[in-house]
Design a protein. Structure first.
Length: 283
């Protein structure tokens, strides 16, 4: 593969840790058996050796306050963890108190809810949920949007309710890469990108494709799509490690993204691979 020099130390804006439990991680199906084991900071530190990635943003894998507290603890113990995106009960009547309690922690940079798993298609537009989201800005917290591509129209309406809130779309909104569907996703991703307060992670793509048969050429139109929509100033590299391991290695994914961005300047690449994450997450 072509070597592409990145001027600044790189930051991985999206990865997870867990102690594997078959009940709590029942979404890890049989074809993902390779990740049915523990993934902890020591494992990731070994994985990052020699890649040029020197910092990470850790994202919750379970929707619990226990998980958020655990990630905060890991960040306080591991210098390479620069911040976390945790889970808080945004629909709770006590959300103000929760934010006062958790947002004072220096490691909490953002909050996320697994909207992709909500059976109610209108969940993201719900009154209680949006009240919780409306309080994040005053605590300098980002909101990470985790959705499937068919949920983008409601996500656009959701973002428009919070014009001063910073948002980051995880996994380019999970288009149907496996069957090469792109038209509706490209239209909607371009529309949501018209909002300057929305950023997007180039992450989680190989697991939306066929684990064994994906190719860089298959991913290229989707990467081109977010590059056109957001520009290099609002894109972030993320590995989605260890989930990505069911389809690729960490190094292969990193090199795939590097090689998918021809024609960008060194400063634009440095933004995607680190500086943009520093800015949006206040690392």
């Amino acid at each position: 593969m072509e070597f592409i020099y990145i001027r600044e130390a790189m930051i991985d804006s999206h990865h997870h840790f867990w102690h594997y439990d078959p009940v709590e991680y029942n979404w890890i199906t049989d074809d993902m058996a390779a990740i049915r084991r523990d993934f902890v900071p020591e494992t990731l530190k070994e994985t990052l050796a020699g890649t040029g990635v020197e910092g990470v943003v850790s994202i919750h894998a379970r929707q619990s306050l226990e998980e958020t507290g655990w990630l905060m603890e890991l960040a306080s113990e591991n210098e390479f963890i620069k911040g976390i995106v945790g889970w808080l009960h945004l629909t709770s009547e006590n959300i103000s108190d929760l934010l006062d309690q958790y947002a004072s922690n220096q490691w909490l940079k953002g909050v996320r809810h697994v909207v992709q798993g909500e059976p109610d298609p209108e969940f993201i537009l719900g009154k209680a949920f949006n009240h919780g989201v409306s309080l994040l800005k005053s605590h300098n917290l980002v909101y990470d949007i985790l959705i499937f591509d068919h949920q983008l129209p409601n996500a656009i309406r959701f973002v428009d309710l919070h014009p001063d809130q910073s948002f980051v779309i995880d996994h380019i909104a999970k288009p149907k890469i496996k069957i090469n569907e792109i038209s509706d996703w490209r239209k909607n991703i371009k529309e949501i990108a018209r909002r300057p307060n929305v950023f997007c992670k180039i992450s989680g793509m190989v697991t939306e494709a066929d684990f064994r048969l994906w190719t860089p050429a298959q991913l290229q139109p989707y990467i081109d799509g977010v590059l056109e929509a957001f520009g290099p100033g609002r894109l972030l590299f993320g590995s989605d490690w260890p989930v990505c391991l069911v389809a690729t290695s960490y190094r292969t994914w990193l090199e795939t993204v590097k090689n998918a961005l021809p024609g960008l300047s060194a400063s634009e690449k440095s933004g995607i691979f680190g500086l943009n994450a520093k800015e949006i997450y206040n690392l």
